[in-house]
Each structure stands twice: as structure tokens, then as C-alpha cells.
Design a protein. Structure first.
Length: 250
């Protein structure tokens, strides 16, 4: 099978299925894993797909964003694993910032009984913080219904009043060259403000966010440590050269 024909089959499989396993591509094309890996690297460089652990996936639109409800329902078990690893980075007495994200949301039940103070812009976080008896502050600002986040000038001004031992942020895209990105410039500015006011910064993201870019940048790779789940070795190497990569061990 010629390379263009094989790569067209790969593109069609990804478009049809959303996520395709490497082994499935090998079987359909009757080609070696090493050849398919080279195909995926080339197709990714053309922005026709993105490599994920064990295969390939569709490239997300840079200005599109899932709602908080949609985010919460995706990759739930992986997010719980990542949240658990994030909790292990917290010390008694810490003041922390929790971003308005679905993975940071999974941290909240694990905070019960820990002597910490939380600041957040996440509207969905509020009830869980109450239920788990976590000492917390909610910043003011404009309510963004789609992601249940508080954003805008008032939110950024509120954040300037705090200094954090650690902050935990989500990202829609993590790219070795283009850094950490998110679709909304206003949310990006809040993330950037929290990042600047924190002693240690952690990005919480599963493997699907790697090699992705979104519309608005809020940091460089070296600005934060990354907590994630499974990654292909070649993808992990790109980031380990620039920052600390903490991976879930299952």
C-alpha cells in the first residue's frame, strides 16, 4: 500500500471514529507499528490529527469549548486519578487556588479533613466545597454560564489580593512550542493571574490535551508542572525537557 493511500485511510478512520487505536490502524492497513507511528507524526505535523496514547484523535477547533457538564462527563476515571496525584502535592496549612475545571472539581472530595484554604473562580465548585467542609473563598466577577466560571476585570482584581502556595489549573491545549492554551481570552487572563501569584503551579490535564493548541495562551510550558495520566514516550519526552511531568501510576 502506498503512503498517500495509507494516510488517507488513517484520516478517514479518525474522522469517522474520533479516536482510533494504533493496533486497529495496523490491522486495517496491514502495516507495521513503526510505519504507522511515522504516518501519525507526519499527519500531526500537518494538523490533520493529533497523537494520543496508543493511537490518534481528531484535532479540536481552537475556539470551541465544551460546557462544564460535557467536560465533567468525559474521561471521569482518568480525572479522578489525576486529582488524587494532585492532592499528594498539597501540604497542611497551604493556601491553594482551584481553577474552574472538571479535573480540579474531582480534587474537592479529597480535600476533606485537610487544613487548607481554597480560593476558586469555579461556580460548580461551591456546593462541593461546602459539602466537604473546606475553608474557601469565591472570587467575584462576571459569570460565564458555559463553563460555570467567574471571569472579567472584577475577577482578576479580586485575585490580586491573594498569594498562593500552589495553584491547580486546567488547560484545553498543552503544546511544547505554544504552551498552555484555552479557548476564551478572559478565562486565560484569570489563569495567567493565578499562575503569577502562586509559588508552585500545576496543570491538570489528561493525555488528550497534549500536542493540542487552543485560541488564548496563558503560560509557557516551563511556567508550571504537569500532572497527567498515560502518555506515549515520544510525547512525554518533549515536555520532560522543559518541565516536571508527574504521571499517574495505575
Amino acid at each position: 500500500m502506498l503512503t498517500p493511500e495509507r494516510q488517507q485511510i488513517i484520516i478517514e478512520m479518525v474522522k469517522r471514529q474520533g479516536v482510533v487505536k494504533l493496533r486497529e490502524i495496523v490491522e486495517v492497513t496491514d502495516t507495521s507499528e513503526s510505519t504507522i507511528r511515522r504516518d501519525l507524526i507526519e499527519l500531526e505535523s500537518l494538523n490533520l490529527l493529533k497523537r494520543v496514547h496508543g493511537g490518534a484523535a481528531l484535532v479540536n477547533g481552537k475556539a470551541t469549548e465544551l460546557s462544564m457538564i460535557e467536560k465533567t462527563s468525559k474521561n471521569v476515571q482518568n480525572k479522578k486519578f489525576i486529582a488524587s496525584l494532585a492532592i499528594s502535592q498539597i501540604n497542611d496549612g497551604d493556601c491553594i487556588y482551584l481553577d474552574a475545571g472538571s479535573t480540579t472539581y474531582e480534587m474537592i472530595p479529597l480535600l476533606k479533613g485537610i487544613n487548607i484554604t481554597v480560593v476558586t473562580n469555579g461556580l460548580m465548585h461551591v456546593e462541593a466545597l461546602f459539602e466537604n467542609e473546606v475553608s474557601a473563598y469565591l472570587i467575584g466577577g462576571k459569570m460565564k454560564g458555559h463553563t460555570k466560571a467567574l471571569i472579567g476585570n472584577m475577577a482578576s482584581e479580586n485575585l490580586q489580593n491573594f498569594r498562593f502556595d500552589k495553584c491547580f489549573l486546567g488547560a484545553n491545549g498543552i503544546h511544547s512550542k505554544f504552551g498552555y492554551t484555552t479557548p476564551d481570552p478572559e478565562e486565560a487572563f484569570i489563569k495567567k493571574t493565578a499562575l503569577a501569584n502562586s509559588e508552585k503551579v500545576y496543570i491538570l490535564a489528561d493525555h488528550t490535551k497534549f500536542t493540542e493548541t487552543s485560541f488564548a495562551k496563558f503560560g509557557n510550558i516551563e511556567d508550571a508542572m504537569i500532572i497527567t495520566d498515560e502518555l506515549d514516550d515520544d510525547i512525554a519526552k518533549q515536555f520532560e525537557e522543559k518541565t516536571t511531568l508527574l504521571k499517574v501510576v495505575k
